[in-house]
Design a protein around this ligand. Structure first.
Ligand code: HEC
Ligand code: HEC
Length: 326
């Protein structure tokens, strides 16, 4: 944060300097200095003023997020909670938070000691680093209360009140209170693993510009209390499976595809094709990564998550994805 605040001061100083130059040029005696110098310095002033404004907004959004206090919460840590948490964490978190290998790639396996720089992997390295955290009691969460971990999951706000760069894109703010607590119970139950290297966000001033400009939009605000529909092979529960199974995170809120944006390519609507598959074919595709016709999913489609789902969750997901969106 100190470096980004310093950058902001430098940008403001340049803006003032360029503004002063503009004023000097405009008041110059020679006409060409007035016009050429005035225009050039004026333009520079505008550019740097815009950068100062946008960067300042980004700094405010990240470091002074105005987060609500973490809830006062103590997770019981029952055997059922730990088991449910294990299921959910192995479906999704492990893909990013599984120990990074020697060259920094995620292993997708235990221990959950993190260390993957996903900003770099996603081609966003120019905004700085966003490195997955060690989620075992050997990492920074040992210093978090249960309520503070809850706030990470629900609102993507860290212990110090800063907005998390990457977690904010993920759908965990829609997990039920019960499931969020189950995840906390499971993470607390893990054997502590050592943190390999740097973790967390180290965003630079370009990052601040992107956050401040709205190019990386803030997450939709999450409710303070969330309950999930009852577990079962129903459309409602299938929609919830699509949330924690992350389908909705990529394929859009209704899993009906999203159009390309300046930051990300389009993601197709999977509903039409799934509607041509039987439930068995769908389950088979999700277990093997190969569609009924024999065409494998591309790397961009992480079927591995769904391959770890229970048969009932897959059935509910199928039901939901073959039911027309209201
Ligand atoms: C797509 C990759 C990805 C997935 C999946 C993911 N995370 Fe993260 N997580 C990150 C990154 C990157 C960070 C570092 C901070 C940031 O940029 O958001 C992080 C940070 C965290 C932190 C530390 C927050 C802090 O206060 O510093 C916690 C806790 C966490 N994740 C929990 C989870 C849990 C639990 C899951 C699964 C339910 C999960 N994450 C799934 C990428 C991921
Ligand atoms: C990280 C983003 C991401 C997540 C998470 C994700 N998908 Fe996808 N999915 C994609 C992309 C990108 C494609 C297009 C590439 C391809 O067809 O292989 C795709 C393709 C598909 C297709 C094939 C569509 C077609 O017309 O051929 C199906 C079916 C599908 N996804 C279902 C799912 C389901 C079900 C889930 C949740 C369990 C899910 N996806 C989660 C990104 C994602």
């Amino acid at each position: 944060m100190v470096v980004n605040l310093l950058m902001l001061l430098i940008v403001i100083a340049i803006t003032i300097g360029a503004g002063w130059l503009t004023w000097r040029a405009v008041r110059a005696k020679r006409l060409w200095v007035k016009v050429v110098g005035g225009l050039a310095a004026g333009l520079l002033t505008l550019v740097f003023a815009a950068a100062a404004f946008t960067g300042g907004k980004g700094i405010a959004a990240i470091y002074f997020s105005g987060a609500k206090p973490a809830p006062d919460l103590k997770v019981a840590g029952s055997a059922e909670q730990v088991a449910r948490g294990e299921y959910l964490v192995n479906l999704s978190c492990v893909g990013c938070h599984g120990a990074a290998d020697a060259i920094g790639n995620p292993s997708g396996k235990s221990p959950l000691s993190g260390g993957w720089n996903i900003a770099e992997a996603e081609g966003l390295g120019f905004v700085g680093a966003m490195i997955t955290e060690n989620l075992t009691p050997g990492g920074k969460l040992a210093g978090y209360s249960d309520g503070e971990i809850f706030r990470v999951m629900r609102h993507s706000i860290d212990k110090e009140g800063r907005r998390l760069g990457f977690m904010a894109f993920l759908p965990y703010g829609q997990l039920s209170d019960e499931d969020t607590q189950a995840i906390i119970a499971y993470l607390r139950s893990l054997p502590p693993a050592e943190t390999g290297g740097a973790t967390g966000d180290q965003l630079n001033f370009i990052g601040m510009l992107l956050f401040g400009s709205g190019m990386i939009p803030p997450p939709a605000p999450a409710a303070d209390q969330i309950s999930a529909p009852p577990q079962g092979v129903t459309v409602e529960y299938g929609k919830y499976v699509a949330t924690f199974g992350e389908c909705a995170g990529c394929h859009g809120p209704d899993v009906s595809g999203i159009e390309a944006t300046s930051m990300s390519p389009a993601v197709p609507n999977p509903r039409p094709i799934i509607s041509t598959w039987t439930q068995e074919q769908f389950a088979e595709a999700m277990h093997t990564g190969v569609r009924p016709g024999g065409a494998p999913f591309s790397e961009a489609m992480p079927w591995q998550n769904a391959s770890k789902m229970t048969d009932d969750d897959l059935a509910a997901l199928y039901l939901y994805l073959t039911t027309p969106v209201k």
